[in-house]
Design a protein around this ligand. Structure first.
Ligand code: PLP
Length: 340
């Protein structure tokens, strides 16, 4: 069986701190659907982290968080601008199109990032009744390539979107890793967007994600929309307790470890001339061109990982909160062997 250490951060185990705390609250009865002490504590903590005027809605998963976010931001005739490789465009089985009923306008980007210049023409072209009207720009922080919007890039994009009376959505499935790279708080790393899909699973939780409403004008119908989009967990406290521990203490050490082990892997393979790292390594993903499909197949005999662009033999290797230096050293040796 190939080992899955570098396939995805979703392949990693649950952080034992979170596992234990889930066990600790697993006694007695409490009211369902979030009417319990653990959930109230988590919601308080979200406000401490993201600001008192924000509100948070915990959901089952990341696709659900994105669908709920977009649902709350769009009228039926409006559209979402996103990167071509955005999770909402490629990896959600058309859930935004089917459930929200919106059109996505995917844009090609070399590094996964959208810029003001890319989105401006789409806003400028609004008004034609034959075309869906761009309203939301959805970005991923860090991007699907593991690259990170700087705080200046975020502010500039948010200003452009808001100047056009649009709204900015951030898919922050791995926001923690972006914050470590930027050396800033979670609040700063998500400054500018109106709505945030906040992850948890990829940084050590078992399941559960959240929608943080950063622009309180969008809060009005959230609780109804969450239920209608099938994202209201009855045993909410088990997600809540994971988030209280993710927000303090787990996010920082876990994301630090994931980013540092990715940098270490990049360092260990940078002198293998047959391997070309194809994106800057800023968080916990490494994208690389391998010399041939044969070398990929050889490495996949030992390790599970995803081929990103088959045509260019481009692969993705991911580290996570539990990756060790030894894992990295062994994997780097296997990479070296696969191209020898
Ligand atoms: C960028 C991004 N957004 C959202 C998700 C969440 O997806 P899921 O519905 O599998 O929890 C993922 C998972 O891989 C992701 O990579």
């Amino acid at each position: 069986m190939p080992n899955a250490h570098f396939a995805s951060d979703n392949a990693a185990p649950v952080d034992p701190i979170i596992w234990t705390r889930m066990g600790n609250i697993n006694k007695g009865y409490s009211l369902a659907y979030g009417d319990d002490e653990v959930t109230r504590e988590a919601l308080d903590q979200f406000q401490q982290v993201f600001g008192v005027e924000t509100s948070t809605y915990m959901v089952f998963g990341g696709t659900g968080a994105n669908v709920l976010s977009l649902q709350a931001m769009l009228q039926p005739h409006e559209a979402v601008i996103c990167a071509q490789n955005a999770h909402i465009n490629l990896d959600e089985c058309g859930a935004p199109e089917k459930i929200v009923g919106c059109k996505l306008i995917p844009l090609e980007t070399p590094d996964g990032k959208l810029t003001q210049d890319m989105v401006r023409p789409h806003f400028d072209a609004r008004g034609d009744e034959h075309a869906a009207q761009p309203k939301v720009v959805s970005i991923t922080q860090p991007t699907e390539y593991g690259t990170v919007y700087t705080l200046d890039e975020l502010t500039a994009l948010a200003d452009e979107v808001h100047k056009a009376e649009g709204l900015l959505h951030m898919d922050g499935a791995r926001l923690y890793n972006a914050a470590i790279h930027l050396d800033c708080s979670l609040e700063q790393a998500s400054y500018g967007p109106d709505m945030l899909s906040l992850g948890g699973t990829k940084n050590g939780m078992m399941y559960g994600e959240a929608v943080v409403v950063l622009n309180s004008d969008l809060d009005e119908n959230m609780k109804f929309l969450r239920k209608q989009t099938t994202q209201l967990p009855s045993k909410m406290k088990y997600i809540a307790v994971q988030f209280t521990n993710m927000l303090n203490p787990c996010w920082y050490p876990n994301a630090t470890n994931a980013n540092q082990t990715a940098s270490l892997l990049a360092e260990k393979i940078q002198n293998i001339s047959e391997i070309e790292i194809s994106q800057p390594v800023q968080t916990n993903a490494i994208f690389a061109h391998m010399p041939s499909p044969k070398s990929i197949a050889k490495l996949q005999e030992k390790y599970d990982f995803y081929v990103w662009e088959e045509a260019f033999s481009e692969v993705r290797w991911m580290t996570n909160w539990s990756t060790t230096e030894e894992d990295v050293t062994t994997f780097a040796a296997a990479i070296r062997e696969s191209v020898a």
